[in-house]
Design a protein around this ligand. Structure first.
Ligand code: R1P
Ligand code: GUN
Length: 291
């Protein structure tokens, strides 16, 4: 496809979305973390664009991140799936990492569902658990690596956004309810996600520090996107798949690696797919009832 016709197609999709949003149809963006691109598979009427073909869009450089933007529908809900997101450790600025979220806002998206893979810090967590993110700790943010640093763009949000309710209580409740309807209660948890910049996995001393700080899991993404989404008034739900247990003990021999992370993501992708699909259709019903 030529660049000109690609821009033409993207523009017409944009107007198509605006039209749907004006007519009151609910729309959602799903950001798929490591190995979770399959979440887009259940959408109907799919149209896929490679990041590399979209002008000024970053590209994915990490295994398990396909680098495609997929538009589609789930029941009557317009959905856009990011098959792969961007990380500080890839060398992107946090402005680039979060660019898609502002694009989604301009497209009329109302809610963002962020997924990721993370290491379990909470000793009760098991590999394969799905953690509904209740709150987060922005470690890079403490060190000045924050997506909202710099002049504030008032068109998106205020200078000092409140983050005490970053993750929608209603959506968290709904995720737990839908999880229980699907018979997943045994492995659905709630907890606090901590972002580190990566790309190395944690030392044991770092892991112990995160436990003391109150973190239940740790990963290298999500927090910048959630911060920018909250800043511009989007509703946010975060689901974190526990792909490994972070070692807190010097006597443990296991060593985490990215291949293992991807393997567990693949193993749990079907369950997450069901959860995400049902959640989206239930949100649509809720939205119809409140419009
Ligand atoms: O957060 P996502 O991208 O899902 O993936 C997690 O898994 C990768 C490391 O295996 C890192 O990118 C980490 O952040
Ligand atoms: N930082 C970090 N990111 C992860 N992503 C998946 N597992 C892990 C982990 O153990 N640590």
């Amino acid at each position: 496809m030529s660049r000109r016709s690609l821009i033409g197609q993207t523009t017409s999709l944009f107007f198509h979305w605006l039209e749907r949003c004006r007519s009151g149809l609910w729309s959602v963006a799903v950001i798929c973390g490591s190995g979770l691109g399959l979440l887009a598979d259940r959408a109907a009427n799919k149209q896929t664009f490679r990041y590399q073909d979209i002008p000024n869009f970053p590209v994915s450089t990490v295994a398990g991140h396909e680098g495609c933007l997929v538009f589609g529908t789930i029941e009557d809900t317009s959905c856009v799936f990011m098959q792969g997101h961007f990380h500080l450790y890839e060398g992107y600025s946090l402005c680039q990492v979060t660019l898609p979220v502002r694009i989604f806002k301009l497209m009329g998206v109302e809610s963002v569902l962020v997924t990721n893979a993370s290491g379990g810090i909470c000793p009760d967590f098991k590999v394969g658990d799905i953690m509904v993110i209740k709150d987060h700790i922005n470690l890079p943010g403490f060190a000045g690596q924050h997506p909202l640093c710099g002049p504030n763009d008032e068109r998106f949000g205020i200078r000092f956004p409140c983050m005490s309710d970053a993750y929608s209580k209603d959506l968290r409740r709904l995720a737990l309810d839908v999880g229980s309807e699907l018979g997943c209660s045994d492995f659905i948890r709630e907890g606090v996600y901590c972002m580190v910049s990566g790309p190395n996995f944690e030392t044991i001393a770092e892991a112990r520090m995160l436990l003391i700080l109150g973190c239940d899991s740790v990963g290298m993404s999500t927090v910048p996107e959630v911060t920018v989404a909250k800043h511009c008034g989007l509703r946010v739900l975060g689901l974190s798949l526990i792909t490994n247990k972070v070692s807190l003990d010097y006597s443990r021999e296991e060593k985490v690696n990215h291949e293992e992370v991807l393997q567990i993501s693949k193993m749990r992708a079907e369950v997450l797919q069901k959860l995400v699909t049902k959640l989206i259709s239930r949100c649509q019903q809720q939205s119809i009832n409140t419009h």
